[in-house]
Ligand binder design. Structure first.
Ligand code: FES
Ligand SMILES: [Fe+2]
Length: 423
């Protein structure tokens, strides 16, 4: 079911659907808009695909996605990472079935064509049918551009366009901040992935990731059961800020709250006495600079369009249709931090696992929202919260208070630009 778009009154389509303080319900429901998003966002801009630690050894591979497209991330024998579309060049069967593995080649099950893990066609049975030629000019489709930041592998289906560094802008620094928490300076996403199929438009998830207005209400139960101090970070009194990082990226910068207390590991809900080996390893690596890193903790950042780092978890949003998506989630693992890694896995199970208390609450909201936006009145979603009290910070970014919708407005402003580009 779709909400009807407002009548044409001049101006382009997305300028009419996206206003500074409200966005139209049809953006979440219209299959035509979804099809256009695939072309203008998912198959054009940089999309997060996987992490190099998931293909650590030569010839490792793992199945990933770019929106509804099935992608195989491989590492060839020389160590280079490739993103291949999981499609046979013969008659389009899926080439790879396994979720992950180690192999230098793939064999299509339909007629037995084989490919190197770089996508190159190696051979096919009964080549007399091809005039005896043993090398057709065919191969698996490749994602034209692949680039990596801090081990995070991004792909762009467009051969040309902004570089990954241009796309990430200030958000790159947030991934750097995450990596700095490892005593060896490296993130590893090797804890395995949970996948939750969700009956909601992908943008409801992207908007929610830095929505500091909802935690006190949606997550009140987990905060009270666990005695968590997280709720206070998102109260009206919190000194944390919501920042529009540009490029559709946004963050809840919780550092002002953690600096107030000045206690190492408070960001992780614990004290240094509980993770002594980790804290010692960080002090050894960073010297006096370790204190600031241990106090400020990990970022809470949404990287447009599909990568969300929530301190100790990473989420990836995969859209399937206007009203369905998959949320992939995993625990952050930091190289050289086994003590912390174990805790991050168990916290992750408790928050986003099948019986976890955090993601289930958010998902309930996403699906309720999706039902809401199909209703015909009022047609608009209101995103004005905090507009009047927004400021510009010392780096030139728009910031609001912990509960303001500054990040959501930043998302929509970038979305509109992409959807209107070259029209
Ligand atoms: S479709 Fe793959 S070998 Fe025929
Ligand atoms: Fe939430």
């Amino acid at each position: 079911m779709t909400t009807t778009a407002p009548p044409t009154q001049g101006g382009s389509r997305y300028d009419r659907l996206i206003e500074p303080t409200r966005v139209h319900g049809s953006l979440y429901t219209d299959p035509e808009i979804f099809a256009e998003e695939l072309e203008r966002i998912w198959y054009r801009t940089w999309v997060y695909v996987g992490h190099v630690s998931e293909v650590a050894r030569p010839n490792d591979y793992v199945r990933k996605s770019i929106g509804p497209q099935d992608v195989i991330m491989t590492r060839d024998r020389d160590g280079e990472v490739h993103l291949l579309l999981n499609r046979c060049a013969h008659r389009a069967n899926l080439v790879c079935d396994d979720a992950r593995g180690n192999s230098s080649s793939f064999r299509c099950p339909y007629h037995g064509w084989t490919y190197r893990n770089t996508g190159e066609l190696l051979g096919y049975p009964y080549n007399k049918g091809y005039g005896g030629k043993n090398k057709l000019e065919l191969g698996m489709g490749r994602v034209p551009r692949v680039a990596v930041h801090q081990g995070f592998v991004f792909g762009s289906m467009a051969a040309d366009g902004p570089t990954l560094a241009e796309h990430l802008g200030a958000a790159a620094g947030e991934l750097d901040r995450l990596a700095r928490l490892s005593p060896e300076g490296e993130v590893e996403l090797t804890a395995g992935w949970l996948k939750h199929r969700t009956r909601a438009n992908w943008k409801l998830l992207a908007e929610n990731e830095t929505d500091g207005y909802h935690p006190q209400f949606v997550h009140g139960s987990i905060f009270s059961v666990t005695g968590s101090p997280i709720g206070a970070l998102y109260s009206d009194q919190s000194t944390a800020v919501t920042r529009d990082l540009g490029g559709g990226h946004s963050e809840n910068d919780l550092r002002p709250e953690f600096r107030k207390f000045g206690e190492p590991m408070r960001w992780f809900g614990t004290t240094e006495a509980r993770v002594p080996d980790y804290v010692a390893a960080m002090r050894e690596k960073h010297g006096p600079a370790a204190e600031e890193i241990l106090i400020e903790g990990a970022p809470h950042v949404m990287i447009f369009p599909n990568l969300f780092v929530a301190e100790i978890q990473v989420f990836v949003i995969q859209p399937l249709s206007a009203n369905e998506c998959v949320q992939h989630s995993t625990a952050v693992q930091l190289k050289g931090a086994p003590e912390l890694n174990r805790r991050m896995v168990s916290q992750c199970v408790g928050s986003v696992g099948p019986a976890g208390m955090l993601l289930a609450d958010d998902t309930e909201m996403y699906e309720r929202n999706q039902r809401g936006v199909t209703m015909r009145r009022p047609e608009w979603v209101d995103v004005r919260r905090g507009l009047d009290r927004e400021r510009t910070d010392e780096r030139g970014f728009r910031i609001g208070t912990a509960t303001d919708e500054t990040g959501i407005r930043g998302f929509w402003s970038h979305y509109r630009q992409l959807m209107e580009a070259d029209k």
